[in-house]
Design a protein around this ligand. Sequence first.
Ligand code: SAH
Length: 239
Amino acid sequence: MPKFFVNERPDAETVLIGENARHIGRSLRMRAGEELTLCYQGTDYFGVIKGFTADTVTCEIRYSAPSESEPSLYLTLFQAVPKGDKLEFVVQKAVELGASRIVPVLTARCVSRPSPSDFEKKRQRLQKIAEQAAKQSGRGIIPEISGIVTIEQAAEQLSACQCPVICYEKGGEPMDKTGIEKASTAGLLVGSEGGFEPQEVELCISKGAKAVSLGKRILRCETAPVAALSIMMHLSGNM
Ligand code: SAH
């Protein structure tokens, strides 16, 4: 059943406008009587199309239920900004794998160092990619892509999570020693191509994060979040 994210809680009778209405009417050529799901903040609203005007679609909502595809773990991925368009790949995969929020981080060894204003354009494109990945993978929310933060801000935000993890290429504990199974919020920090400065790792550890190893092979900065997220979702019973 096609699924559409909406910005307001659907009523018994909901009128869709804008992009959703165009998508339903023109791209998908849906007809009155066809079923659809409206998704609002992790709840699915199941309904049927009642009618169309030139630029609106009216739906009758029959029942709602929490979105089954949402993981029980609220995981924030803190990703040191990689080169080129690798962040687009990371965002897409992280959303598919169940991350709830993605925070780009500027670390000492980031080669790509966009200014906040340059990054804002990129952020909007990344948010669009997150939305497409959320739709494609059947998520109940569109994960938010935040603005760039410093490593100090990332360490602070990481420490607010029940299970804060920094993936360190020079070694750490295995993921199953982090207590992730019992956590409802987790933070995952991954470095860029150049990895982390030892002080950056120490800072995160001093704030309560655990250094985690993903094994003896060095993974690329776009492979590491995919591997780590998969393990965390699996250990927390979400995969
Ligand atoms: N240039 C560095 C590697 C950076 S890999 C070097 O040659 O040592 C990019 C990021 O992926 C790392 O900062 C880390 O967060 C993560 N990563 C890659 N392989 C890892 C591993 N085996 N264990 C833990 N983290 C890893």
